[in-house]
Design a protein around this ligand. Structure first.
Ligand SMILES: [Zn+2]
Length: 429
């Protein structure tokens, strides 16, 4: 029997291979049981595999080149201003807007890049990079109510830098509030599609992944507890859902242990490609005109191209191509203190985004550096060292997201997260 309603649960940054392990170890019996009667497989993220880009692709069915969200920060080359890409910068309609137009009732909570909120037929509660819940909901009055209830858009990651064990407990508090809010809307609201996004898994991994892998006694136990808590909630949802519901569970990228943060702009400066008008530089306006390249997180390298960048000095045509080749070759020889290569691959824009139009291409990086696992290519304009170890010990991977589909048709074989847009759209056809 075809189901009429769709429940979507997003676990940010939960790897397919982690779930396989948790199933084997008996940590998530409810999800395991659900997976056994469903399609459960590994899925690809997008390039770059950051949450904003990946969830924007899920919501629009477009690649990052097409929807325009390529990270947590971007630049307009004509004036070299920084901006934080949000829902206003999305160049395509979201699945929530499309389903609303079809008269479907939508509930969507905590998905990244849903701030500022758009009018939909239902309820939208903003996620990651929204900075004020009171301005982050549709209809607007819900935000004040959530604020009063102590609901948070995201955990306080600053706490992790000063008190890691307090941050671990804080994650449980934030997750509890998220589930409490989800349950109250789930019970009260009439809906056709109901999506909740959990950010706490991503936060857990960024700060505790290495502890988990190494078997740190206290942190590993709490790491597993967080997944047990999620599994318990999944069990409750399954028990309460009627015969008419289909289920789609997914993540947006995988995770692995992070060994080093690598500061690409520092490498460019040390190697004579990047100069500043003042030191330390405060923003992109401080880049000196004779600079030839600069970088934004993660691994996005832009040449200081004449006619595109405000103070561009690299000539178009052959000089541009020669510089791309030179940078690609030199970055491949970049070694960490132990003599291991940092950069796995340097790709040209047109290799990663062959679908981009000329207008879209101007906003895209000229080179994309893909690091070996364990190295995060940071975008800080200036950093005291080239490489260091930070409080972050987990980092995103492109190839190990998961998807679980029960009573909703998804394509066979391997695909990336943007493909699921059509699956959701098709469910309501
Ligand atoms: Zn993510």
């Amino acid at each position: 029997m075809k189901k009429s309603r769709l429940f979507i649960l997003a676990l940010d940054g939960t790897p397919f291979t982690l779930l396989q392990r948790l199933f084997r170890e008996g940590v998530m019996p409810n999800l395991k049981k659900l997976a056994e009667g469903a399609v459960f497989k590994q899925m690809d993220s997008v390039q770059p595999p950051v949450s904003s880009s990946a969830w924007a692709s899920f919501m629009t069915g477009k690649t990052p080149a097409q929807h325009g969200i390529l990270g947590f920060v971007d630049r307009t080359p004509a004036d070299m201003n920084w901006y934080v890409p949000n829902a206003d910068h999305l160049r395509a309609k979201t699945i929530w807007e499309i389903l609303s137009e079809q008269g479907k009732r939508v509930f969507v909570m905590n998905v990244p890049v849903t701030f500022p909120p758009k009018p939909i037929n239902g309820i939208s509660i903003c996620g990651f990079l929204g900075n004020d819940i009171r301005k982050g909901t549709w209809p607007p009055e819900i935000g004040t109510l959530l604020k009063a209830r102590g609901y948070r858009i995201d955990a306080d990651t600053e706490l992790a830098k000063t008190n890691l064990s307090a941050f671990m407990e804080h994650l449980f508090t934030v997750l509890e509030k998220r589930f409490e809010t989800m349950r109250s809307f789930y019970a009260q609201e009439h809906w056709d599609v109901f999506m909740t996004h959990i950010m706490e898994t991503d936060r857990l991994h960024h700060f505790f992944w290495e502890y988990f892998e190494q078997g740190h006694t206290a942190y590993k136990a709490r790491f597993l507890d967080l997944y047990r808590r999620i599994d318990w909630e999944i069990g409750r949802i399954l028990a309460e859902s009627g015969e008419d519901s289909a289920f789609l569970l997914l993540s947006d990228h995988g995770f692995c242990t992070l060994h080093y943060a690598v500061y690409l702009n520092r490498w460019l400066a040390d190697n004579g490609y990047l100069f500043f008008k003042s030191n330390p530089p405060s923003d992109l306006h401080n880049i000196a005109p004779h600079s030839r390249a600069y970088s934004l997180y993660p691994g996005r390298i832009y040449l200081n191209l004449k006619g595109r960048e405000r103070d561009g000095s690299v000539e178009q045509g052959l000089p541009y191509e020669q510089l791309r080749t030179e940078l690609a070759q030199r970055l491949k020889t970049f070694l960490d203190p132990a003599g291991r290569p940092v950069v796995k691959q340097i790709l040209r824009r047109e290799e990663v985004y062959p679908e981009a139009s000329a207008a879209e291409a101007a906003m895209l990086p000229d080179l994309i550096a893909i690091p070996h696992k364990g190295y995060d290519l940071k975008g800080d304009l200036w950093h005291a060292s080239l490489i260091d170890k930070t409080v972050f010990n987990g980092m995103h991977t492109e190839d190990d997201a998961f998807v679980l589909a029960k009573d909703i048709l998804i394509p066979e074989g391997r695909f990336s997260i943007d493909t699921l847009f059509k699956a959701v759209e098709g469910f309501f056809d």
